[in-house]
Each structure stands twice: as C-alpha cells, then as structure tokens.
Design a protein around this ligand. Sequence first.
Ligand SMILES: CC(C)(COP(=O)(O)OP(=O)(O)OC[C@H]1O[C@@H](n2cnc3c(N)ncnc32)[C@H](O)[C@@H]1OP(=O)(O)O)[C@@H](O)C(=O)NCCC(=O)NCCS
Length: 190
Amino acid sequence: MALPSEVRRIKGERVNLRRFRLADEPTVWEGRSSAEPMALPTGPGRRSQLRKRLLASGRFVHGSLDLAIESNGRLIGDVQARMGAGQRLPPGVVELGVDLYDPDQRGKGYGAEAVALLTTWLLEHGIAERVQASTAVGNLPMRRVLDKLGFTFEGVMRGFMPVGAGREDFALYGVTKAEWRAPHRVAQSR
Ligand SMILES: CC(C)(COP(=O)(O)OP(=O)(O)OC[C@H]1O[C@@H](n2cnc3c(N)ncnc32)[C@H](O)[C@@H]1OP(=O)(O)O)[C@@H](O)C(=O)NCCC(=O)NCCS
C-alpha cells in the first residue's frame, strides 16, 4: 500500500476540498458545536484538540485526514478520512465522514460532491481499495448521498453508536475500487 499523500487542494465543480487554516478555527468550532447528535455523536471534543487537527490538516495523522469543504470561496464544512490500525480498520479500508455546518448549505449537492471528490482521490492515489461510511439509520440525507454516489448498502449495525442515553443503529455503506465510477473529475489533487 502506498504511503498516504499530502493534499493541498482537490478541485471540484461546485466545491473544493482544501487544507484548513488556523483562521478557520472559529467557524469549525461553531459548526461542530451546533451539530446534531446524530451527525456528531461524539460531540465537538476539546477546542485544543480541534486546533491540533486543523494544524495537521492535509496529511494523515494518527490515521486521520481532515479537509475543509469550500464553496464560492467560503468554508462550509469538513470531510474526514480515517484509516489504519489506530482506527481499527484493515489495510486498504478508509472510512469517511462529512459535515456541512449550516443547514442552509445542505440539499444543494455539496455534500455528495465532497464525498465523491475525496473517494476518488483516495482510490486514485492507491490509498484505499475500499471506501466505507456509516450513518444513523434515520439520517436520510446522508444515506441518499451514499446511495446516489453508488455506494452499496451493506447492512445495519444494531446498537452501534452511543448517542445520549441510548445507542443508535447505524447503516453501513461501502464501495470498492473496481466498482467506483467517479462522478466528478478531480482536476488538481496535489
Ligand atoms: C449529510 C450531508 C453531508 C449531505 O450533504 P448535502 O449537501 O445536504 O447532500 P446532497 O444535497 O448532495 O444530497 C442530499 C440528498 O438527500 C435528500 N434528502 C434531504 N432530506 C431528506 C429527507 N428528510 N428524506 C429523504 N431524503 C432527503 C435530498 O433530496 C438529496 O437527494 P437528491 O439529490 O436525490 O435530491 C449534510 O446534509 C450534512 O452535513 N448533514 C449534517 C451532518 C451529517 O449528518 N453528516 C453525516 C454524518 S455520518
């Protein structure tokens, strides 16, 4: 498996993925703090930890890669890729997460394009052989994103995620390198 590459910018048609800058911190913090528990069951975490993650953005650090989603030059959300033994994933398997901070920015195709761009980049750079994502069974927008990009629904992980006082069932989706038909061209990825 090739060593994970560094990302500066991945250009799409309507969104770009780019490294975070320290100036992004207040927007990311506010976005993560206001996320619904279903979208971010672990909560926003510590702010000092967030700063470290922003500084490490663009590289896999401890098996985790964070990138900003930008639309019309504005930071609107983030995508994450997780891999490796530290994330309890077999070699070649990468797990994605995505969050658009402002509900007004949702439902416009940005989330799907961001997931497509990152999936293409991971598969084309030999980092992933399989890309997977899971979400609460009731998170219909996320499930629709994965469906429309051609991820396969592989089943329900019952009682998977602690949320509040209970545990949520999570739907698991995956796509292999052989199956992936990139819906968006990655114009520039280094
Ligand atoms: C999930 C998320 C990233 C999707 O991004 P997005 O830009 O809104 O997604 P898109 O616009 O590409 O697609 C959303 C799809 O869901 C559909 N949808 C929206 N609300 C829906 C609902 N209540 N029921 C069914 N489908 C719904 C939309 O119609 C659209 O499908 P279409 O393109 O066939 O019309 C975004 O909504 C988000 O950030 N949500 C909060 C964070 C979150 O839940 N992240 C995932 C955690 S695993």
